[in-house]
Each structure stands twice: as structure tokens, then as C-alpha cells.
Design a protein around this ligand. Structure first.
Ligand code: LLP
Length: 463
């Protein structure tokens, strides 16, 4: 995924190993606002604070590892997306990035809609009072039970992902005496420049119905004939952690092309187009994400231009950012357990969590940054690999980064930009207890999701 080969500047080992890392920052104590939540800073003692509370105090109260989430930042980012797209568009927060009942209430208050992709996410959304008509239900293999629940609840849209599902949803809606609003998810054949596992618009993968070979057109043809469905639009999600808008440009061009074909064949202009989520965030200082207003402007212009060329009324646009809203708002706080220098290689720093609370490094080769959080230090930078406590050598949290050379057991270190897809993909590997998510705002902290306990683990073990 990156970047420069060998750093200049002070070094811990005489020979630095091959790796993907940038030169150490001039001052490791400085927190780059690009990768940290907005209220993060250091107090007079050099301790990292969030929402006005020092992490040492949060660690004492809630333990480590812990995800610390900046509520003000979350709300600001959600609002920025909402404001950027205005009243003529809809922003659906992608709940898969991180979902809890408090988050649902914040979204509701900030005027966002919600994308859910499982019965569990739907249950969370409904139990926190998100109005069903503001929920979109996704997934490539929704069960009949999940579909029935969504239809009964009155979700605003179900995004259809296969020919079987078109029939299934129509049948269930009809048998419940209603008509379900649906979008049809297509794959437009774009190669998004991101990791293979999180790219979703090329044709050789499980999501959506290919535009190629007329399959998407055939799906629309069938859906339009079914009484149980009200087809409101076409959906395209090209992938995740994307910085380059050109993929969206091609996607919009092809989706609008399909809308035009539908108009020509059926005499219907579908009123909506959903361009999915996928906008990238800064995990390290080398990443340069775009602001929501730039993204909104670019997407709106693309769709408007394409529709004018096709002589179509511009449809209502929706987007589904997950990572771009929640990703930067949280960081993971760990305690250092061991520091193991390997001569001529790097120093392994073991923390009290690992791949069970952040699988992204192992799974996608994701890059993260890290900072000493419980104090500042003027010691020389040393090249470190931050690793977890799990029984697997791939258990890496931060592959290559610099920390002060006097790092010692008991220090707290923090990994920024872990708000998206870390708690939501956390596991109990090695019977690890998943960390809590603690929201901090204006000097007050509260637990959104509590730490798991051994009783939680044993409760499932009914054998
Ligand atoms: N809409 C749809 C239909 C999606 O499938 C996704 C993500 C999103 C929106 C939100 O994408 P975002 O804005 O958060 O990038 N576990 C991976 C990411 C998988 C994303 C799956 N779908 C990761 O940790 O990077």
C-alpha cells in the first residue's frame, strides 16, 4: 500500500531492514491532526487527552486495550457529510464500520440514514429507534427471515443483489400484502485501486449483478414486472479506502447509461442512484483524504453531467460512507507488555491486544501509525513493529513505525484511526475478550459497548 523505502534521520539500528515506512517525524511527540480525532491533544504533563480526559485516567477506569471514541468528532463528521450533500441527497451511514445504539441515536439526531447489512445490525438500528423508512438493507445473501423482518419493519429500501433475491423479496412483500421499495445493486466493471478484498465493482466477485452481458438490464426487467416490488433505483459500490474519484466517475457514467436504457425500454425514469461508500481516510501522515464537500461536489457534478448528456432528469443521489465518518474518530489504547530489540532488524513491542481487536493489518496489509500516549519522550526514534499477544506471528497491529527508544513496559501507546472495522471485525481468537468502546465528550466518558468478560465467553459454551 505504500511508500518510501528507507528513512533518513536518527536510527536505532545501524542497518535498517527492508520495509514500508516513512522517515520518523522530526518530533515523535507531535500528533498529526490528519490521523487523530479532533479533540485529541496532550496536556501539560505530555499525556494524550481526548475530549479533555487524559488517557491515563481512561486506562485506569476502563482498562486496556480500549477503543476511545471522540463523540464530538463523530457528530461533526456526520454533520459535514449531511451538510455537504444537502436536502436533495441522502447520506446512509454504513453500520458495518461500527454500530452501537448510541451511534444510531447520534445519526438520527444528525439527520443521517443508516445502511445495515445483517439481521443483527437491523435489530440494533430498530432497537435504538432509527425510523425504519430511513434504513437501507444490504447483503448478498439475506435470509428469508431477515427479509421478512425488514419488510414487516417497513425499511425504506432493500438493495437486491441477485436474481433469486429479486423473486424472494417480491414474494415475501406480496405475501405480507405490501410493495417493497428496492434498489438493484450492479457491478459496473471498475477496478478500484484498493486491496483486492475490499474492491467490489469488478465483475469477478460475489456482490451485485454485472452490467456486462445485459444481466443488470435483465434484472431490472424482471423486477419491474413483479407486483411486490417498487424499483426506486440502481446501486453501485465500487470498493473501500479509495482516494481517486475517477472510479466513481466511471461508475456514475455506467449507472446513468443503464438508467437511460431503462427509460428507453420501459418508459420509466428511476428516481434514485446510490453510489455507495468507500471514501478513504488517513491512517498515516502520507494519506490525503478528501473533505465531504469536495466529494459531494464531485459526485453531484458527475451525475448531473451524465444525466444531462443522456437527457434524463437528475435522480436523487445517495451515498453510504462508513469509514470516512467513524474511522478517524477513535483510537485504540494499549499497554506495552514487552519490548524486544532484535539486532539489525527492529524492535518488537508487544501490547495487551492485537489481531483480535484489529485484524486489518493481517488481513489487508493495512498501515497504521502509533504514538506514545502516557508521556512524551526526547529519546531517539527506534523502528518498531507493534504486535499483539496472540499465538500467531502474523499478529501485527502496526507493521513499521517509530517510537521513542526509551519505550518500556507499562507505557501506554495509542493507534489512531481505528474507529472503522476494528471493533466490528474483532474476534475472540485465543479467547480474547473484546475491548470496550468508550465515548468521550466534553470531559465526560461513557461506555458504548462494554468489555467482554470471561462469563460472556463461558455463557456461550453450553456443552
Ligand atoms: N456500502 C456498501 C454497499 C458497502 O459494501 C460498504 C462497505 C460501504 C457502503 C461502506 O464502505 P466504507 O465507506 O466504510 O469504505 N472490512 C473492510 C471494509 C469492508 C467494506 C465492506 N463494505 C476494511 O476493514 O477495510
Amino acid at each position: 500500500m505504500s511508500r518510501s523505502a528507507h528513512p533518513a534521520g536518527p536510527r536505532h539500528a545501524d542497518v535498517l531492514p527492508e520495509g514500508h515506512y516513512s522517515a520518523p517525524a522530526d518530533d515523535l511527540n507531535v500528533l498529526d491532526p490528519k490521523v487523530w480525532a479532533r479533540t485529541v491533544g496532550r496536556d501539560a504533563d505530555g499525556v494524550v487527552t481526548v475530549g479533555g480526559i487524559p488517557v491515563t485516567q481512561l486506562a485506569e477506569e476502563y482498562g486496556t486495550p480500549a477503543y476511545l471514541l471522540d463523540e464530538a468528532d463523530f457528530r461533526e463528521r456526520a454533520r459535514a457529510w449531511r451538510t455537504a450533500f444537502g436536502d436533495d441527497a441522502d447520506v446512509f451511514y454504513a453500520g458495518k464500520a461500527f454500530l452501537s445504539r448510541a451511534v444510531v441515536r447520534w445519526l438520527d439526531e444528525e439527520g443521517l440514514n443508516l445502511d445495515v447489512c445483517s439481521g443483527g445490525e437491523l435489530a440494533t438500528a430498530l432497537s435504538a429507534g432509527m425510523p425504519a423508512e430511513r434504513i437501507a438493507f444490504h447483503g448478498n445473501n439475506k435470509s428469508p427471515e431477515e427479509i421478512e423482518r425488514a419488510v414487516r419493519a417497513g425499511v425504506g429500501r432493500i438493495v437486491l443483489d441477485s436474481f433469486q433475491e429479486i423473486v424472494r423479496v417480491a414474494h415475501i412483500a406480496q405475501s405480507l400484502g405490501g410493495r417493497q421499495r428496492v434498489q438493484i445493486r450492479i457491478t459496473v466493471g471498475v477496478e478500484a485501486h484498493t486491496h483486492e478484498f475490499i474492491a467490489t465493482a469488478h465483475e469477478d466477485q460475489k456482490f451485485g449483478i454485472p452490467l456486462a452481458g445485459g444481466q443488470a438490464a435483465e434484472a431490472v426487467r424482471r423486477a419491474l414486472q413483479l407486483d411486490g416490488l417498487e424499483v426506486i433505483g440502481i446501486h453501485s459500490h465500487i470498493g473501500s479506502q479509495i482516494f481517486d474519484m475517477s472510479g466513481f466517475e466511471v461508475a456514475a457514467h455506467r449507472v446513468v447509461g443503464l438508467l437511460k436504457d431503462i427509460r428507453d425500454e420501459h418508459g420509466v425514469e428511476l428516481p434514485e442512484i446510490d453510489l455507495g461508500g468507500g471514501l478513504g481516510i488517513a491512517y498515516t501522515s502520507d494519506d490525503d483524504p478528501r473533505e465531504p464537500h469536495e466529494i459531494a461536489k464531485a459526485l453531484t457534478e458527475i451525475v448531473t453531467r451524465e444525466c444531462e448528456a443522456a437527457r434524463l432528469a437528475t435522480p436523487r443521489i445517495s451515498v453510504e460512507p462508513g469509514r470516512a465518518i467513524v474511522g478517524p474518530t477513535a483510537f485504540t489504547l494499549y499497554e506495552v507488555g514487552t519490548v524486544k530489540p532484535l539486532d539489525g532488524l527492529r524492535t518488537y513491542v508487544s501490547v495487551d491486544g492485537g489481531m483480535s481487536d484489529n485484524i486489518r493489518t493481517a488481513l489487508y496489509d493495512a498501515e497504521y501509525s502509533v504514538a506514545l500516549a502516557s508521556r512524551t519522550s526526547d529519546a531517539e526514534p527506534m523502528l518498531v513493529r507493534v504486535v499483539g499477544k496472540h499465538c500467531e506471528s502474523g499478529d501485527i497491529v502496526v507493521k513499521d513505525a517509530f517510537l521513542p527508544g526509551d519505550l518500556a513496559p507499562g507505557d501506554l501507546i495509542a493507534v489512531p484511526a481505528t474507529g472503522a472495522y476494528c471493533r466490528s471485525m474483532a474476534s475472540n481468537y485465543n479467547h480474547a475478550l473484546r475491548p470496550p468502546v468508550v465515548a468521550v465528550r466534553d470531559g465526560a466518558a461513557r461506555v458504548l459497548v462494554r468489555r467482554e468478560t470471561e462469563e460472556d465467553l463461558l455463557r456461550l459454551d453450553v456443552g
